[in-house]
Design a protein around this ligand. Sequence first.
Ligand SMILES: [Mg+2]
Length: 238
Amino acid sequence: MAECWIKCAYCETWHPADRDGRSPELALHVQRYHPKPGGEGMKTVNVDMDGVIYDFVGTFAKIAVEQRWMPAEAGDSPPTQWAMWKHWGISRYMFYQMFDVAILRHGLFQIGDPVPGAVDGLAYLLDRFERVRVVTSKQMKTPEAATAAQQQCLAWLARHVNPSAIEVAFTSNKRGYLADVVIDDKPTLQWTQKGALNVLFDQPWNQMSHYKTEDHGYVVRAGWKGLDRVIEIWEGMK
Ligand SMILES: [Mg+2]
């Protein structure tokens, strides 16, 4: 027989507790039958790395020009389409040949700058969310390139963000990591999640005329600058 009992504030059922009022039974009961309703406190945000936090395009263009893989003027302006090799005037085959070499010999995922506003933007997200998860695909043609890409990515993050404050997931299945807010720059929108605030990160290569996803409603386009306002409005709507 328990020494004391404690009442659930939601449904008024009684649960055994110790003398100090601690009750694992009540904690489990609340988790199971009265889960925190969505929107009551922001929980998880998934943030893409390349094109959102890390200046992947600028870094790749810089390496490609330095190595004379493409003409210098090709790197002067950001691509206005996702297939950046078209903007650079090279073949897709050539682009992917360059990719692994740029990682293994030139530190493609380590030598670049943050996307402007990203460091402050991440600090804002860390302040606002219980969990900030960087979700990025680092699948390359060879295991060596994939390993190097992941190591470079982690080293770069450790230099710019408190590494113990964030989580990192290397995956191409971004929907496998459920979140309340998802931020990504890929115009295919294959990263959107049902019930989440889906933010298409504002970049020159994703200026489409409509943003309707197949099954997850519309996305909102925002950069680091307008993100806090979008999140505030969304929170107010829930
Ligand atoms: Mg990206």
